[in-house]
Design a protein. Structure first.
Length: 293
């Protein structure tokens, strides 16, 4: 009896294995893109979709065996849906550039696809590295995302932020985790926090939501108390205090921006929101042939 395949190269050669396409979305990720791509060189296809980076992201990516496309960014959900329509394989693994697939996770994915997967999608836990330290509490200990799935059964909803992939049926969690090298510095955190606050406020404005004392006064305070005390951010030391404080500030900032939108609307001003992708083709599974690759 032949030994069971155990190395990545052996697992790639299993007859009848389901092929897998990796999608990596990028914008100014020259610090991360090389290590991200190198962590998935075992995949059958790597598609890098860039949002017109102004740094060396594209230049670095093109030194690897990847397909590279550029597309205007209307939010994570829209960008990933656009990318899903342009991959070659039915099974897809989606990554952000600051994530890494470890060797044990790569083997687990290949073993899963070497057989007949029992589900249409799988969640991956994430180990989050913030300011060079792993955050094990503060609401991040249960962080998991649906990233491995059959493309015909997965689609992101039309939201600018916090869009969760919709997969029918049970979605098991894989054993091994993604490494998520998220915020490297306070400046980077503040930049992303501002972006997410603006996008979240714009989403809420489009949905007709309003702001009162609860949103401005209670929600940010509750966010801090929940993450720092109830979710044990205190055990993450000063890193936990900083992270929980910044998360609470992000909540406050989102509702302040929404409040500002409503005040300006009341004065009759025209509100300029971030661009949204309102093309129905982005949000619906293609009925016929795929769009041009």
């Amino acid at each position: 009896m032949s030994p069971e395949p155990s190395t990545i190269e052996q697992l790639k050669q299993v007859p009848g294995r389901n092929g897998v396409s990796v999608i990596i979305t990028t914008y100014n990720e020259e610090v991360n893109i090389a290590e991200c791509i190198e962590s998935v060189l075992w995949a059958d296809e790597i598609l890098v979709v860039d949002s017109f980076s102004s740094d060396r992201t594209v230049e670095i990516a093109e030194t690897y065996p990847v397909r590279l496309k550029q597309h205007q960014y209307f939010g994570s959900a829209a960008q990933k849906n656009w990318s899903l329509d342009r991959v070659e394989h039915d099974w897809v693994l989606i990554l952000d550039a600051d994530e890494r697939v470890t060797e044990p996770l790569a083997k687990e994915i290949l073993k899963l696809l070497a057989g007949e997967p029992k589900a249409l999608g799988y969640s991956l836990r994430r180990r989050n590295i913030v300011f060079d330290r792993e955050i094990k509490h503060s609401g991040w200990s249960t962080d998991k995302v649906i990233r491995l799935f059959h493309r015909s059964h997965g689609r992101y909803p039309n939201r600018r932020v916090h869009a969760d992939l919709d997969i029918p049926g049970n979605v098991p969690v894989l054993r091994h985790a993604l490494m998520h090298y998220t915020y490297r510095s306070l400046g980077q955190y503040i930049e992303k926090l501002m972006n997410y606050a603006e996008w979240g406020a714009a989403q809420a404005f489009r949905e007709g939501r309003s702001v009162g004392f609860i949103e401005l006064g209670i929600r940010p305070l509750y966010r801090f108390l929940r993450t720092y005390f109830l979710q044990l951010g205190v055990l993450d030391g000063l890193h936990g205090l900083v992270v929980c404080g910044l998360q609470a500030y992000g909540t406050f900032l989102k509702y302040v921006m929404l409040w500002d939108y409503r005040e300006r609307e009341r004065r009759g001003e025209e509100i300029g929101l971030p661009a949204f992708d309102d093309d129905e083709r982005t949000w619906e599974k293609p009925a016929g042939e795929r769009p041009p690759a």
